[in-house]
Design a protein. Structure first.
Length: 551
């Protein structure tokens, strides 16, 4: 039926990608009013960070750059970009806030990612075969991948791996001239407003395509493209507020443990079933939190095996026009492996890099992710080899069987991630219950957490309270924070507490003994209160002197 209705192929492939999202999340998160699933806990801190960044950003006035978000991270130079809040969508929905209110867009974003992953998988498979069944099932295998589903259930901007498929589509095609340059500029600008890791990978694929055209075609437009495409990326990054960060691009929560080389791609990572597989064993791994998410699934692994068999039966050298792309993919693999080479979790540092190189590489310190384009390219190559050796129809039936096997194999991982959101409340779960907090929200205009720190003690509860009360705060979790600014803010707050010259309308959450001691020494007990609420020590300036109507 599909063969006779070929026009159904692209929609069916897109629906196959969407089906993966629905299998993991169900329908609840698709409702923009449903915020509780992001904050319930099992998904980790990243969705909370996104929700907080967006909650502040959508209510703030427009500033320059448009992505500036100063109320979430006062004096830290924060932007929506570093809340990992998918700046592309945050900017669009903020522009539409007079027409529609969107408390959360993550659920619709994930569904869109599934649809695009399936559709672009269909397009890519179409470079190898015109058989609709092969293209649909090939697209399904590209969507039913742990490296994608794992990010959907945590670091949601990285669900935008369809951008990598789009980049592969451009790099594998035969486009040229101004049209190709414009397509790359648009794709990379969009990708830059989704996530920094994705733009780093996509830029490598663009560079390979540019080199291919410069080498084989020698067209004049290429010189303009070499400047114009990076300029489009820089403009997009500026719009999202990327350059508000003066330093700390290589730092973040736990940055000492997260230096480049510690989150490496293990050489057996593609085969490590981990918590995902019901059919293959959990192999030893390097132990970092990304480990285990690069498993290709049993269907994906058997697809690669089929590709090797097909290559053995009908050997063919790699076409010369694909050499630059192969070089870029191998370079990304080398970056992902890092100098700390491990096989099954065992190994060590083969060589050391200069501190300056480590600082630059540390901007992409979670290096294992950089292998994603290679993983997708290997599966696409295997589909092409199989189609050439056995024809599109037989390849279609092969891929159908592999897709079914992939679904069976990944059930433990899919069910585990489904449990993260199953039964989550639709509303925002309450974290602070003491009656002090709603009263304080009526008295104070902003909340300080002292000493300031990225992902400091109680950051989430404090920031949730502040966000729901509409109060700016410096209690944050950001993907990157300028540690120089954070240190200056800590020194400033220590002096404020030491002198007793408290900022007007400011509530202080005292995180350590030193801050508490400074507040006790400087406050006026007849006017100010130091109290405890829900386990937090709080300095409430003027609390005792507030009007009787507020008591």
């Amino acid at each position: 039926m599909i063969a006779h209705k070929a026009w159904l192929g692209a929609p069916l492939a897109a629906l196959a990608g969407a089906a993966v999202v629905l299998a993991v999340f169900g329908l609840g998160p698709l409702n923009p009013q449903n915020q509780g699933w992001l904050l319930a806990g099992p998904l980790g801190p990243d969705p909370v960070q996104l929700w907080l960044g967006w909650s502040y950003f959508r209510h703030n006035p427009w500033l320059l750059p448009p992505g500036a978000n100063p109320d979430y991270g006062m004096e830290l130079g924060t932007a929506i970009y570093f809340a990992d809040a998918i700046p592309l969508l945050a900017l669009v929905f903020k522009a539409l806030r007079g027409l529609v209110e969107v408390p959360q867009y993550v659920g619709p974003w994930l569904l869109a990612c599934g649809l695009l992953q399936g559709f672009l998988g269909w397009r890519l498979a179409g470079l190898a075969t015109r058989n609709p069944l092969a293209r649909i099932c090939g697209a399904g295998l590209l969507a039913l991948q742990p490296m994608l589903i794992n990010r959907m259930a945590g670091h949601t901007p990285l669900a935008g791996q369809w951008t990598l498929l789009a980049a592969l589509l451009l790099a594998l095609g035969r486009g040229h001239g101004a049209g190709q340059a414009l397509r790359w500029a648009l794709l990379l600008a969009v990708t830059a407003l989704i996530h920094s890791y994705l733009i780093a990978m996509a830029m490598a694929l663009w560079a390979a395509d540019w080199l291919r055209r410069a080498w084989l075609e020698r067209r004049r437009i290429l010189l303009a493209e070499a400047f114009g495409v990076p300029l489009a990326v820089v403009a997009a990054l500026w719009t999202g507020g990327f350059f508000l960060l003066r330093g700390g691009y290589d730092a973040g929560p736990g940055h000492d443990a997260g230096r480049y080389g510690t989150w490496n791609f293990d050489l057996l990572a593609f085969f490590d079933g981990g918590l995902w597989s019901g059919l293959l064993p959990d192999l030893p791994d390097p132990g970092h939190w990304e480990a285990g998410s690069s498993y290709l699934g049993l269907g994906g692994l058997l697809l690669l095996a089929a590709g090797l068999v097909a290559l053995w039966r009908r050997p063919r050298p790699l076409p010369r026009r694909l050499w630059p792309l192969a070089g870029a993919l191998l370079a990304l693999l080398a970056f992902a492996i890092t100098p700390h080479v491990t096989v099954g979790g065992r190994g060590g540092e083969l060589f050391t890099l200069p501190d300056r190189v480590l600082a630059v590489a540390g901007m992409l310190r979670n290096a294992e992710r950089m292998v994603w384009p290679l993983a997708y390219a290997l599966m696409l190559g295997a589909i092409a080899l199989a189609a050439r050796a056995w024809g599109g129809r037989r390849t279609g039936w092969l891929l159908l069987g592999l897709l079914a096997l992939q679904w069976i194999d990944l059930q433990p991982g899919i069910e585990r991630r489904h449990s993260f959101v199953a039964g989550a409340p639709a509303g925002v779960p309450q974290r602070l219950f003491d009656p002090f907090w709603p009263e304080a929200a009526r008295v104070y205009a902003q909340v300080r957490a002292v000493p300031a720190a990225n992902m400091g003690e109680g950051w989430e509860s404090i920031a949730r309270f502040a966000a729901q009360a509409g109060m700016p705060t410096d209690s944050v979790y950001m993907a990157r924070v300028d540690e120089g600014r954070a240190a200056a803010l800590r020194a400033k707050m220590a002096e404020v507490l030491r002198s007793g010259a408290y900022e007007p309308g400011t509530l202080y959450i005292l995180r350590d003994a030193e801050s508490l001691a400074l507040a006790r020494a400087s406050h006026d007990p007849a006017r100010d209160a130091i109290l405890e609420a829900d386990g937090y020590r709080v300095l409430a300036p003027g609390w005792q002197a507030r009007p009787l109507a507020q008591r």
